[in-house]
Design a binder for this molecule. Structure first.
Ligand SMILES: [Zn+2]
Length: 241
């Protein structure tokens, strides 16, 4: 795998990144997603592999989270941002990659979601859970079309003084740092997606435990993640941080 780190450092084009994702996806050998056959013909264009048994042509990203993603360069670079110390606002990401705000917003939320779900266990011994009511200062309500809003409002109305009294100093600092970050970088975040921002915050805090190939590996597994799935997402009452 050592040479992959070098390739990643030098990668510039979409095809460079596609080659790296290809190596990550089949690091222990090819397996056809249709018939599970392990022999293939390489197809020279676009990094495709054709199954020798059923003839299916598979790209390094087909059927994964990055299914049909064309701009792999932006995606990989956005994923690797999660190894840096500080968050970037959606506006900054949109400007950086010359994408619309909506595209950048979905891209970053998909990345937060996938990394949060895939790597949550890495930090399981160190994570704490905070009621979202302790985060009110940095949360705003989701859009009015949100069917979960009623329960969320009830959750926000719960008294939290008892819980807050149980904080130790480390909890207090962790929560305050998260809130400062959400207010400073994002000018507040929606209650609906608060857990996704918390995933990002936790990843950055523990970024020394992660390496870039491990992060990218999370995106050549799983299944395609559509915008509608993200729209239906709603953070739980207890936020892992
Ligand atoms: Zn096959």
């Amino acid at each position: 795998m050592d040479d992959l780190y070098t390739l990643l450092e030098r990668a510039e084009s979409n095809s460079d990144y596609r080659y790296i994702l290809e190596r990550l996806r089949w690091f222990d050998g090819f397996k056809c997603p249709n018939c599970a056959w392990d022999k293939y013909y390489p197809v020279s264009t676009r990094g495709l592999r054709q199954c020798k048994q059923c003839g299916l042509q598979v790209s390094p990203t087909s059927g994964t989270v990055l299914h049909k993603v064309r701009n792999l360069r932006s995606w990989v670079r956005a994923i690797l941002f999660f190894l840096q110390k500080d968050e970037m606002s959606t506006v900054s990401i949109a400007l950086l990659f010359n994408r619309s705000y909506a595209t950048a917003w979905f891209m970053m939320h998909k990345i937060r979601f996938v990394l949060g779900q895939s790597l949550d266990h890495v930090f399981s011994t160190e994570r704490r859970e905070f009621p979202c009511s302790t985060m009110r200062a940095a949360l705003f309500k989701a859009s009015s079309g949100d069917v979960h809003m009623k329960s969320a409002n009830m959750a926000l109305a719960k008294p939290d003084s008892d819980y807050r009294a149980g904080f130790d100093f480390e909890d207090f600092v962790r929560l305050q740092t998260f809130l400062f970050s959400m207010l400073g970088v994002f000018q507040g975040v929606s209650r609906k997606y608060s857990q996704l921002y918390a995933y990002e915050f936790s990843l950055r805090r523990d970024r020394q435990l992660l390496d870039p190939l491990r992060l990218l590996g999370c995106f050549v597994r799983g299944s395609p993640l559509g915008r509608s799935q993200l729209k239906q997402y709603f953070a739980p009452y207890m936020i892992r941080l």
